[in-house]
Design a protein around this ligand. Structure first.
Ligand code: HEC
Length: 122
């Protein structure tokens, strides 16, 4: 028979497993987002944006605002912003890369994960 103590140990092990899986899954997504951000044929976002907290990429993009403190924005807002900037700013020069199928939904999710993890308010 399984006793309460054993159940507790199993529950904790399960939770730990889930946490570790989440952390590594997120790491991969963040890394992918950085790649989409910096790759010319994908997002090429760095052409227009500097990024707070990522000294490893060129900070010369100055057509759009420097991306900062995006962990304070709702994920959904960022997703929609990247999917189709014209929805909130009709005359935005930022191209609607999701809507025009230049990048996939998954790649937009990856960009959001990268930006929220990297530009955390200090
Ligand atoms: C041609 C230049 C250009 C490119 C390329 C570009 N952006 Fe932008 N971006 C802008 C401009 C200009 C704004 C401000 C106007 C607006 O909000 O639409 C902006 C706004 C944003 C915002 C909102 C920032 C805030 O503080 O509200 C986010 C997030 C963003 N861009 C992310 C991205 C990502 C991710 C990519 C790549 C997939 C990208 N941008 C590509 C020009 C660009």
């Amino acid at each position: 028979m399984i006793n309460a103590k054993k159940l507790l140990v199993l529950a904790i092990a399960g939770m730990l497993g889930a946490t570790i899986a989440n952390a590594t899954g997120n790491e991969a997504l963040i890394k992918e987002g950085r790649k989409v951000f910096t790759t010319k044929k994908l997002g090429n976002c760095l052409a227009c944006h500097a990024v707070q907290g990522d000294a490893g990429i060129p900070q010369t993009g100055d057509i759009g605002p420097k991306l900062a403190n995006l962990d304070t924005y709702p994920k959904e807002y960022l997703f929609n912003k990247i999917w189709n900037p014209n929805k909130t700013v009709p005359d935005s020069v930022m191209p609607p890369m999701g809507k025009s199928h230049k990048i996939t939904r998954h790649q937009v999710d990856a960009l959001v994960a990268y930006l929220q993890a990297t530009t955390k308010a200090k």
